[in-house]
Design a protein around this ligand. Sequence first.
Ligand code: HEC
Length: 154
Amino acid sequence: MSEKQRVSTRRGTLLAVALLAVALLAAGWSVASGEESEPVYSAFNGKASYKIYCMNCHGVSGKGDGYLADSLKVKPTDLTAMAAKNGGEFPFDRAMRSVDGREQVRGHGMREMPVWGDAFLWPEDNPERRAEVKQKIGDLIEYLRSIQEPPVAP
Ligand code: HEC
């Protein structure tokens, strides 16, 4: 190896170490400051969950015409009209709470035993699991946002 090559290799290593240090610092900073960066939600993943957990009641279209709807005492909400019923603004946070059980919804069952079991149960005491649940519900709600009539901006 020539002297020149050796120098440039050493520079490369130094650069890598420096970058790693910056990355670690950044990670440490966000953990230390307790910052939870807002996750990015996927309507695509949400749609998959919707089909499994919501469609039987709320229907393929989201309008509340699922095959179980007729046997329910309370008609499932038309989920495509959530924004329209809220002055044109999609009620993201309320929708999150309706699913994780923090907001009681007739038809969704008790908070301790929602109709979808513990798939989206909000674990007050387990931050790791909470992030997971938040992502799953967020994806779902992002999907609901995408089916609003008339459409709303993401
Ligand atoms: C067993 C049937 C059933 C299933 C399954 C179900 N829902 Fe519902 N949902 C209802 C009924 C009934 C209502 C209307 C309750 C009322 O009017 O109080 C409702 C209301 C809602 C509302 C409106 C709450 C509000 O803030 O006004 C949202 C949002 C909602 N459901 C989302 C979902 C999502 C997302 C899923 C899937 C994870 C789901 N639902 C699964 C029956 C169901």
